[in-house]
Design a protein. Structure first.
Length: 406
């Protein structure tokens, strides 16, 4: 009898494999790390063989304690907006250019010039950016023409692992919508974008629904992973899409906030949200037929941790002496300042900004300092600045609470 679902999260720092019961109860989890190679100031690459080694190691570790015959299906969440070029046999032609790589700045400008920045946003729901896959593939074509010539398909991280498990070249709507080459309305590769990018559609994979079955684990993959041959493999979704499902935003109007080093607000709609000033962006939702509008700020929790490290060393040292959380002590100081921090404002743009400014050159600042301001005002202003930035993103979502198209 099938008892388990095997879920993988193929992230930036490693692969986390987790067994769940069919009712969603956590059974066991294993993590296998891998490295990112940074160079040339803004290049970031990972080895797909490292991904595969991590997946096989984590899977084998889990199944050493559980019967492989009990696994009903395998499904992946993964990092998005990458560019891995593979040949017709599925062999990587180079390391993957991952989402954080920003080398394709020139290609981004060329794409925007060829079709228009507003048209790119209208078709894909995203701004033109070096972060996205199609601009990265344009860079490969321009700088590594032999790699481009041999490229059979461009894949994202989880799609490559699905290929290794099943032999099928494919992606799904959620990851496809993070390439800057996918038409949100028509739910297909955009001929207009590809013509402007001068990229052949044949180099892009088949697109399935996130809940679609890619295939079954081959005998070769079964030997490498410890899975049973014939185990179904589900298409899965990008990490952001899976997070949306994980918090229960699977019906129209269910909105949530993720708060970490960065922070985003996302909701679920039946139509894409097209903001006139392009402050937000939209993915295809992992749930078939739905969409996932989103706005992400760069330094939310990072602003708070910067405050702790650079401004609140007194609280950090006291916390260490008293065995307390330094953030508890910082919050006690924040509470001494009234709402509004006595007219002091903080701009939380410590690493440029995505939503709502979309300005990599934006910088943080305290504004409105007066002699009457106190130290606790500085601290409160940081938290209020992050909150205000998120409120601006949320206000865009509110404008489209009953979306009616473009």
């Amino acid at each position: 009898m099938k008892r388990y679902l095997l879920a993988h999260d193929l992230g930036t720092s490693g692969d986390k494999a987790t067994l769940f019961t069919l009712e969603g109860r956590l059974v066991a989890s294993r993590t296998s790390p891998y490295e990112t190679r940074y160079s040339n100031a803004n290049w970031a690459e990972q080895s797909p063989e490292d991904w595969w080694s991590a997946v096989t190691a984590a899977t084998a570790s889990l199944l050493s304690e559980h019967d492989k015959a009990d696994v009903a299906a395998v499904c992946f969440s993964g990092q998005m907006m990458g560019c891995l070029c593979v040949d017709a046999r599925g062999r990587p032609l180079r390391d993957s250019i991952i989402y954080s790589d920003q080398r394709a700045v020139v290609e981004t400008g060329r794409l925007a010039d060829a079709i228009g920045a507003e048209e790119i946003y209208r078709i894909t729901g995203h701004r033109a950016s070096a972060s996205y896959s199609i601009e990265k593939l344009m860079w490969v074509r321009a700088h590594e023409p032999e790699v481009y010539r041999k490229t059979h398909k461009m894949l994202n991280a989880k799609d490559y692992i699905n290929l290794r498990l099943t032999g099928r070249f494919c992606t799904e709507h959620n990851d496809a919508s993070g390439t800057n080459a996918f038409d949100l309305d028509r739910r297909q590769w955009s001929p207009e974008i590809l013509a402007a990018a001068q990229i052949e559609e044949a180099k892009l994979p088949e697109v399935l629904e996130s809940v679609g079955v890619v295939g079954e684990v081959t005998r070769e993959a079964a030997e490498a992973t410890g899975l049973a041959a014939g185990t179904p493999v589900i298409a899965g979704a990008g990490d952001g899409g899976c997070a949306t499902v994980g918090v229960g935003s699977v019906a129209e109007g269910v909105t949530y906030n993720y708060l970490g080093s960065s922070s985003w607000i996302s909701t679920t709609t039946r139509r894409p949200i097209y903001d006139a000033t392009q402050r937000t962006f939209t993915w295809c939702h992992p749930v078939p037929g739905l969409y996932q509008p989103c706005g992400t700020m760069q330094t939310a929790g990072s602003s708070y941790s910067w405050l702790k490290e650079q401004v609140c060393r007194v609280e950090a040292e006291r916390a260490k002496r008293e065995g307390r959380d330094p953030y508890e002590l910082i919050n006690e100081e924040v509470e001494k300042s009234p709402p509004g921090a006595r007219g002091l404002y903080f701009l939380p743009y410590l690493l440029g900004e995505r939503s709502p400014r979309w300005n990599p050159s934006a910088r943080g600042a305290w504004i409105g300092l007066k002699l009457e301001n106190r130290r606790e005002d500085l601290l409160r202003a940081v938290l209020e600045g992050v909150s205000l930035n998120l409120e601006i993103i949320l206000s865009v979502m509110r404008q489209f609470s009953s979306p009616s198209g473009r």
